[in-house]
Ligand binder design. Structure first.
Ligand SMILES: Nc1nc2c(ncn2[C@@H]2O[C@H](COP(=O)(O)OP(=O)(O)OP(=O)(O)O)[C@@H](O)[C@H]2O)c(=O)[nH]1
Ligand SMILES: [Mg+2]
Length: 403
């Protein structure tokens, strides 16, 4: 099955740059992630090109010589798509597509494409479409200059301009239409949320592919779609969970990623309402990923954007089963020991000294440490619950007494 799918994968080249603010190792990690995104979108990366640059070339992003190498490769291996890790200006995109004569995408395009592929419900589809239209609108202007240059300015300007104006109007109309549609669904969803009463609400948040849905399935015995690809979840699922007699709601929602297109954050605002209105956040982290600390940063940044940063938060470090410290040679006096050499215990100490018992270390897959997880969540939810209902706190025993 998988093999058959592999045959149909699109051949893709990735292009990244190494700059003063982005060293070689960082650039490699970004390209690794871009490769995973490409795979998720149905592409097969056949080659990567990187270049050291002080700043991107305004015309072609990378230098002329390097572009020539890419061109040769595209021709020789019949590559259909070239993907850049950074956002291209409309002019760069145009110039490059003339040279390479194939599909040119950037990270934003790619993420939008994956979202479009993965959107299951009409609500998710509407939100993705809105983001795509918003991405397209400012770029239509650039497309006009392209037309002008291609067809020659004189005599073409009138009809050309009308054409582009019409296009813009169509896109703008579409945006209003989509916004209206989202508003209607929002109202229905707000009613639904209102109907849930005053149960404490807990939201799973985190970088994409860290195991949020897996954890959700384990704690709520539900069947949310989980797989080893990015953005497996686009809609929000809410389940009622009961620990030690105390019912509360847990939501699982879309994962975050570095440089999540702003258009997507905006149009997914309604999906993210579940996070904004939550009483407690469980920030799930994939500790087995070499770049997990940067992932935490990206997630915090997006939480900030959606005004949810100050909420009570428990950090849940998942996938401890897959964590592998880089081996360290004690006798090596030259190479300094770094965080990459930390054992899980060292990570525990580091985080516990920062945030105490708000750091948990689990494996959702192997169900390791889930008891501790349940107890910690229970304690927090119970606290929120009894501030809300001071008169029935006796219904719920102290965490020490629950099974
Ligand atoms: N080794 C290991 N793998 C895990 C663990 N938890 C989840 N996974 C795997 O990680 C992958 C992603 O899991 P999901 O639950 O889909 O992750 P998610 O955070 O919901 O991802 P998105 O919805 O795409 O944002 C799957 O292949 C899971 O089987 C764990 O504790 N250990
Ligand atoms: Mg998921």
């Amino acid at each position: 099955m998988l093999e058959k799918k592999d045959i149909n994968l699109e051949k893709v080249i990735l292009i990244g740059i190494v700059t003063k603010n982005q060293d070689e190792a960082t650039s490699k990690e970004y390209l690794d992630e871009l490769e995973f995104l490409t795979y998720t979108a149905g592409g097969d990366v056949v080659k990567r090109f990187t270049q050291k640059l002080d700043m991107p070339n305004p015309k072609t992003f990378i230098g002329t010589g390097k572009m020539h190498d890419v061109q040769e490769y595209v021709k020789e291996y019949d590559v259909g798509t070239v993907i850049f890790d950074d956002e291209l200006s409309p002019a760069q995109e145009r110039n490059i597509s003339k040279i390479l004569n194939c599909k040119i995408l950037d990270r934003t395009n790619l993420i939008l494409d994956i979202f479009a592929q993965r959107a299951q419900t009409s609500y998710a589809r509407t939100q993705v479409e809105l983001a795509q239209c918003q991405y397209l609108l400012p770029r239509l202007k650039g497309m006009w200059t392209h037309l002008e240059r291609q067809k020659g300015g004189i005599g073409m300007r009138g009809p050309g301009e009308t054409e582009i104006e019409t296009d813009r109007r169509i896109v703008r109309d579409k945006i209003s239409l989509l916004k209206a549609k989202i508003k209607t669904i929002d109202k229905q969803m707000a009613v639904q949320r209102g109907n849930r009463g005053k149960l404490v609400r807990v939201a799973l948040v985190g970088y994409t592919n860290v195991g949020k849905s897996t954890l959700m399935n384990v704690i709520s015995k539900s069947q949310v779609f989980a797989e080893n690809k990015l953005f497996a979840t686009l809609d929000t699922t809410v389940r009622k969970v009961v620990i030690g007699n105390l019912p509360f709601l847990v939501s699982d929602t879309v994962g975050f990623i570095r440089k999540l297109p702003t258009q997507l954050v905006e149009s997914f605002k309604s999906t993210l309402d579940e996070v904004r209105e939550a009483d407690l956040l469980l920030h799930v982290v994939d500790i087995s990923h070499s770049n997990f600390e940067e992932h935490i940063e990206s997630v915090n940044q997006i939480l900030d954007e959606i005004e949810s940063k100050g909420k009570p938060t428990i950090m849940v470090f998942n996938k401890i089963d897959a964590y592998q410290a880089q081996p360290y040679d004690d006798e090596d006096l030259v190479v300094e020991r770094t965080k990459a050499n930390y054992s899980i215990d060292e990570w525990k100490q580091t985080w516990m000294s920062k945030i105490g018992d708000n750091a948990l270390f689990i494996s959702a897959l192997n169900k390791e440490n889930l008891d501790e997880f349940r107890k910690r969540v229970y304690k927090e939810v119970r606290e929120i619950h009894i501030t809300r209902f001071p008169y029935n706190h006796f219904l719920y025993p102290d965490v020490e007494d629950i099974q």
